[in-house]
Design a protein around this ligand. Structure first.
Ligand code: B12
Ligand code: SF4
Length: 523
């Protein structure tokens, strides 16, 4: 029996349809892998529990709450039994009600709980009602100290992280073995890395700058190459097919760094293929595209967001729809497939936007499209604008998953927006449109990627026919907490976290917290 303290690191169940279930998007939870590495350095045993794919250890039935999809419910191997000394949850807005519910369960069993991640960081006053501590922001520079506090029984209600350099983030050799505790089929057969944090753009609807700051902080390229070598040796592969997805929010945010990274990959001679998220501006520079393709780029996710220049101006997105078709051709010419993100519900959108967009997206040759509804996420300018205008229809965070209408649209009814999204999915992924997409690139594209994109098309067709929410647990955020968060959302993007923290700091000790049975630090 291990003497080490035991840490449970949990991904909350999200419930309902979501991209986290679709083929190619089922990524391992990087935030928890990184925290696991910090904890191991301090001598803790760690277990990562992803409640989307495995049973809740505290739920006897093991099937989650009513309505939860349990088709991936395969428990992990090599679990250490017994009560953990601490439980940490990474909390995003759509899974926050589920996180709170499980956190309450842990606390009722006497396990201290820490909540962190985007949502907890921006609504610390809400999160602390279900936790012993909330961590606002990136935790790399403070997590070791927090673990000491947990063992000493002196956890503080609030901790503030910092935008520190990327070399403080543990490298993947410290956590890659954790993959082996999971069934091979749990996540997509791919590996993930993060080389930068932050973004130089400032799109109104996006949380990234709020939580990771403006500009880009980079990991030195030599460090990235070392991590790639670890993945080649120990990562998830099908035979010798090594595929890696860079989680960075925009690989085109700092083209100098991306160029340096691609050159280093080519020079290293390490053979692997990769995908990334990048704004379409990457295709403006043909030399950059050539180099990226030579370095192994085969799939790219781009937020096109809208076909309407007015809608793009409305949300401060720097794209120009007139260039999309030409850029996609350039990308395809280099054997790179493209997944596009599109948003409906901007003030400029009228009821005809759905059909026009879907036809245009099909015409310009996007290989996979992710359509969503404009969602005013906590901390964003979209939130503060909608809040001030009295246009937010619900504070049930479960619905903030990009597929449910939570704001009053300007030029259509909420029902039209709701139905329009569902129609678009049906139209775009109909069999007669999927087949030509597959055929078109048969000769020019690596067959494995052509098949993967065909599978992704099929998967969207199947999963998004009926986009529903799980019924439990119902949730409505507290009005005072929402008002505080609205102030943070109105602040300059890179200040949002500070405002959220500073507002919560004087209040948290007075908040009525749910009673938990005696918190303990030993099992
Ligand atoms: C990879 C990713 C995904 C992957 C997730 C894989 C996974 N299992 O984690 C996929 C593609 C599945 C996905 C899905 C979705 N995503 Co996403 N995703 C990201 C992305 C690009 C990177 C996250 C990441 O791994 N970063 C690397 C790690 C190391 O950093 P980190 O998470 O910030 O963690 C650090 C700190 O925040 C902190 N921390 C985090 N958690 C905790 C917990 C504790 C206890 C402590 C102490 C500290 C701590 O410490 C960590 C180490 O420094 C982010 C953008 C971003 N920059 O964060 C969006 C982002 C998180 N996603 C977002 C959204 C909206 C979604 C979806 C709703 C989209 C959809 N249509 O379905 C779904 C929701 C899925 C779900 N189950 O809830 C939003 C969330 C906004 C919000 N307020 O909730 C983000 C911020 C993107 C955006 N543009 O706004 N996503
Ligand atoms: S949507 Fe993309 S480009 Fe815009 S701020 Fe967010 S990460 Fe940056």
């Amino acid at each position: 029996m291990s003497e080490k303290p035991l840490l449970h690191l949990l991904v909350p169940q999200q419930g309902g349809v979501g991209i986290y279930q679709t083929f190619g998007h089922r990524f391992p939870p990087m935030s928890l892998l990184v925290l696991a590495a910090h904890a191991r350095r301090k001598g803790w045993d760690v277990e990562i529990i992803d409640l989307n794919f495995e049973p809740n250890p505290l739920d006897k039935a093991g099937q989650g709450w009513p309505g939860h999809r349990s088709n991936y419910m395969i428990p992990s191997r090599r679990r250490r039994s017994g009560k953990p000394d601490l439980a940490c949850f990474t909390v995003w807005t759509p899974n926050s009600p589920f996180a709170y519910r499980t956190a309450d369960q842990y606390r009722a069993h006497g396990v201290p709980v820490i909540l962190g991640g985007v949502h907890a960081s921006l609504l610390p006053g809400e999160a602390i009602q279900h936790a012993d501590s909330v961590v606002c922001g990136e935790a790399d520079s403070i997590f070791a100290g927090i673990l000491d506090d947990a063992l000493a029984g002196r956890l503080q209600p609030l901790y503030q992280g910092a935008f520190q350099d990327m070399d403080q983030v543990p490298m993947n050799h410290e956590w890659v073995d954790l993959y082996q505790a999971w069934p091979l089929t749990r996540y997509a057969p791919l590996n993930t890395l993060q080389t930068t944090r932050g973004c130089r753009f400032n799109c109104d609807f996006c949380s990234v700058i709020r939580i990771n700051g403006r500009g880009s902080r980079h990991s030195p390229v030599e460090r990235v190459i070392e991590e790639v070598k670890v993945i080649k040796r120990m990562g998830q592969h099908i035979n010798d097919f090594a595929y890696l997805f860079f989680l960075d929010d925009d690989m085109a945010a700092d083209l100098e760094y991306t160029k340096e990274l691609c050159e280093a990959i080519v020079r290293s001679g390490v053979k692997f293929t990769w995908g990334c998220q990048a704004s379409i501006g990457l295709a403006r520079d043909p030399e950059m595209l050539d180099l990226a393709a030579r370095a192994g780029l085969r799939a790219m996710f781009t937020g096109f967001e809208s076909m309407s220049r007015d809608a793009l101006i409305e949300c401060n997105k720097k794209n120009r729809p007139g260039e999309f078709g030409e850029f996609i051709q350039k990308i395809h010419k280099r054997g790179i497939a493209i997944e596009g993100g599109f948003i409906f519900g901007f003030d400029h959108d009228k009821p005809d936007v759905f059909q026009h967009t879907a036809e245009f997206v099909d015409l310009i040759g996007v290989d996979v499209a992710h359509y969503s509804i404009l969602t005013p996420y906590p901390g964003t300018h979209t939130f503060s604008r909608m809040y001030q205008d009295g246009r937010i229809l619900t504070y049930d965070w479960r619905k903030y998953n990009l597929y449910h209408v939570v704001h009053q649209p300007e030029q259509m009814t909420p029902q039209e927006l709701h139905d329009g999204l569902r129609q678009v999915y049906k139209w775009f992924y109909a069999g007669r449109r999927r087949w030509p997409r597959f055929q078109k690139h048969l000769r020019t594209r690596d067959i494995r990627f052509n098949l993967a994109f065909a599978a992704s098309n099929y998967n969207y067709d199947r999963s998004y026919r009926n986009i529903t929410l799980d019924e439990a647990p119902p949730f409505e955020a507290d009005a005072d907490e929402v008002a505080r968060m609205a102030l943070a959302s109105a602040a300059p993007a890179q200040e949002a976290l500070n405002v959220a923290y500073n507002q919560a700091a004087p209040n948290v000790t007075f908040l009525q917290r749910k009673p938990a049975t005696a918190a303990t630090t030993s099992s």
